[in-house]
Write a protein that binds this ligand. Sequence first.
Ligand code: MRU
Length: 355
Amino acid sequence: MLPTIAWQEDDIVMVDQRKLPAAEIYVTCKSVNDVAKAIKTMVIRGAPAIGVCAAMGLALGAARSKATGTKQFTTEFQRNCELLAATRPTAVNLFWAIERMKQAFSAGALAGESVAQLTARLRAAADRIHDDDVASCRAIGAYGAALVPEVANILTHCNAGALATAGYGTALGVIRGAVEAGRKVKVLADETRPFLQGARLTAWELVKDGIDTTVITDNMAGAMMRTGQVDLVVVGADRIAANGDTANKIGTYSVAVLAKEHGIPFYVAAPWSTIDLSTKDGDGIPIEERNAREVTHVGNTQLAPEGAHVRNPSFDVTPNKYVTAIITERGVFRPPFVESLAASEPAMAQSAVDN
Ligand code: MRU
């Protein structure tokens, strides 16, 4: 099996996540327009994977450019950045990755590099973003494993797995890390209406890994908690504000409130690229509203009648008071997050200097 996203010669290949698990089909992107479409239509999804994909898309756009001079090449690069930035609004990793690519471009332009040199530089930057993401997930898995008891029933929502990252996963990274550390883990996967990332993708990944997985409908989580069948919750994130308020797949907030009511730890696992210190709190996080058809239909089967109004906010915000800890590649952050996350800022400033 190919990884979530990979180069194939100068094309980008990714598994079509809309089709899993019924079919394992691979989509080939040959242009930056193909990449933007793949992100928008959720061929590829999950905050870190979206960021990695956008970075690779910018490298692809550069490689395919017919520009003969740096002026035209720069204009095209800027246009490609705008195109990709307009695909999905909530996952901050998208904007983080585009920013990293812009920094790489600027460094090359400042050094007076040619179109060919800039193209090579963008490819190297995209590859680094890809590889760093896998390394971050592995570190998240190791930090998170330490929080998992010897025997644990773990509930997760949506898919924050290998498919949602460049590999290994964030929330599923914690689960994989715990299993690798010898914990006896059973997973409850919320199906995650309306796109069914839990039932389709999380279950697919975990079953492939031989991890005991039970799919439940979203409205079963409360009953599972009340009857003692959940020891901890771990989810991913699309954007974490400076105060720890966390945007993640719609339904995460309900799970977090239920967890608090039942005294169950609620962990958020995410790479540092998901942390947005420039957004003060959850009210500042844009929430994507997706097509009504995702709610009214399953495949070609219509569930809701014509004429009914439909809402489809794709994400919700979990206020920081429900979050027990945030697990990142830099370690485990505890409340008050506004202080603990900011304390890691000097390291971020340093890594910006290093790049
Ligand atoms: O709409 P999606 O499938 O892109 O939403 C994905 C999620 O909400 C994930 O939990 C989040 O992006 C973290 S993925 C490591």
